[in-house]
Design a protein around this ligand. Structure first.
Ligand code: CU
Length: 533
């Protein structure tokens, strides 16, 4: 007798003497090819009723073994990956003292897919840090590794000496040592924390590791009514260098490309970093718990792209994302979209109204990425079908639809940053320049305290870059050739050969780091320091 398995759900229905049990896949020692070879599922999968390559059949006696194993392991059955769920009661309390321990960890992305990396407090993502706006906190960091570390608090307006950046002069967390970061968290919203070390050619350092987690600053903002809340971080694992361009930025075709050079640089490009293994939080698609919903529920998702290497898209077939905040900051015009785009470092808060009963995959639109693990199952109550994927309607990501139409008068002070890539050829690392020179520059960009600046990014490269300014907030005023206002961010993806202008107020004295949030780009020159005169 054979019994059908629900592929990709991470659960196996087991017939016991009287009832059906549900056994978590963690307790089952089998090999399942959750990382199907590219194209093997492809277009066949959306209709889902047919078998997919990672489905498999099991003999009845195997089920009996599994049932026995499940009984023996007891408490493990039903154990849930905590990071998939809304924070537990203990995490839900905003605290003033936090402890982060940096140490080698393993991440079990799925059965027989265990990643060795470095993380915070034994997990990746690390613990959700919940702080209250304006209430001072201490974050005690212990470093159990052999290398110096920095913990950067991304999106917070805090001084340079606790921001977690070597370039800004934050003191290091020494190897086998510790350091306390004391600061007053602001502004309210979905922030995050992550390592800020350089990686260079070592793909086991910096943001290629598991050192990241959500940080929530609680304040007065009101996201409206919702029934469930989930923090979902997008990740790739086991990155490698490649000479093959693997970008998927064509999902957001650039518009006029105002910065495209008249004469293209035809030198052979060097290597980029890519990955084939993905997860949301600590589980590849199909290996973790589904998110269980009921018709009519409103689910608030906090998405974070914690990738070191690539902009990512997300869709949920048959549903729309009502985007309410970008990088943790409420948007002036919440709007429904079919597809989200997040560059490394970006966050999106979105509410999904669950009004399409079924079992769906919330995941990357690109088959290779989704089948490589970037997804999570959304399961409506009393639905037990195979998780389904359907291609999302064509949609271009556009920050301006969440803004106000009124454009801003340009501040009198202007800064321009021009970005170029220097192709280095096969087997070498490309370098990047800001205004003609790779970091470090002879002198920093100089800011006048209290002044409002218009910073214009000129992206003369063939890639869309997530540009991050530390310790300040950026208001997008022009992008894709469109004017907007009121969209406040700390990281902005500037399209291929595109241009964007952002306004910010220089009100955070101290050294301030600007960089591309793609680790390799930052490491090979794509950064700059700003200082106050
Ligand atoms: Cu970049």
């Amino acid at each position: 007798m054979t019994v059908p398995i629900l592929p990709g759900v991470g659960f196996v229905p087991v017939k016991s003497s009287t009832t059906f049990q549900w056994i978590h896949s963690h307790t089952i020692q089998y090999t399942t090819n959750i990382y199907a070879t590219p194209g093997s599922i492809g277009a066949g999968w959306p209709d889902a009723i047919q078998e997919v390559p990672w489905s498999f059949r099991m003999q009845r006696r195997d089920f009996l073994k599994i049932a026995g194993l499940a009984a023996a392991t007891g408490p493990l059955v039903g154990q849930q990956p905590q990071s998939f769920l809304a924070p537990t009661a203990s995490e839900d309390v905003a605290k003033t003292d936090f402890a982060l321990r940096i140490s080698p960890i393993t991440v079990e992305l799925g059965p027989n897919r265990i990643i060795s990396t470095v993380g915070y407090n034994g997990t990746s993502p690390g613990p959700l840090l919940r702080m209250k706006e304006g209430v001072p906190v201490t974050v005690n960091v212990v470093n159990d590794t052999d290398v110096p570390e920095y913990v950067h608090f991304h999106g917070l307006l805090i001084p340079s000496d606790v921001d977690g950046s070597e370039e800004e002069g934050t003191p290091v967390v020494p190897p086998h040592g510790s350091r306390s970061y004391r600061f007053t968290p602001t502004p309210a919203g979905t922030r995050w924390y992550h390592t800020h070390t350089m990686s260079m050619d070592d793909l086991h350092r910096g943001s290629y590791t598991g050192m990241f987690g959500f940080l929530v600053v609680e304040g007065a903002s009101n996201p409206g009514r919702y029934d469930q809340e989930h923090y979902l971080a997008l990740r790739d694992w086991e990155p490698y260098f490649t000479n093959q361009a693997m970008d998927n930025d064509d999902l957001d075709p650039a518009g006029a490309q105002p910065e495209k050079p008249k004469v293209m640089d035809t030198r052979q490009p060097g290597m980029e970093v890519a990955a084939d293994i993905f997860s949301i939080n600590d589980k590849a698609l199909g290996a973790g718990e589904p998110i269980r919903v009921k018709p009519g529920e409103r689910v608030l998702f906090h998405f974070l792209n914690a990738s070191a290497i690539e902009n990512r898209h997300l869709a949920l077939p048959g549903h729309k994302f009502n985007v309410i905040a970008l990088d943790g900051n409420p948007v002036p015009t919440p709007a429904d979209v079919d597809v989200l785009m997040l560059g490394p470092g970006e966050r999106i808060d979105a509410i999904v109204e669950m009004n399409q009963p079924g079992v769906w995959i919330l995941g990357a639109p690109e088959d290779m990425v989704r089948e490589g693990g970037l997804g999570i199952v959304i399961e409506y109550a009393n639905q037990r079908t195979t998780p389904q994927w359907k291609a999302a309607p064509k949609s271009n990501w556009d920050y301006t639809i969440f803004g106000k139409t009124a454009s801003q008068a340009a501040p009198t002070e202007k800064l321009d940053m021009l970005f170029e890539k220097i192709p280095r050829g096969a087997g070498k690392y490309n370098s990047f320049t800001v205004n003609g020179k790779s970091y470090p520059h002879d002198q920093e960009f100089v800011l006048k305290q209290g002044t409002r600046y218009r910073l214009t990014f000129h992206n003369r490269t063939d890639d869309a870059h997530p540009l991050h300014l530390h310790r300040h907030q950026l208001e997008i005023v022009e992008i894709y050739g469109k004017a907007t206002s009121g969209v406040i961010k700390d990281t902005v993806v500037v399209p291929t050969y595109g241009r964007a202008s952002v306004d910010f107020t220089a009100d955070q004295p101290g050294l301030t780091l600007f960089h591309c949030h793609i680790q390799m780009h930052m490491d090979y020159g794509f950064k700059a320091l700003l200082r106050y005169m």
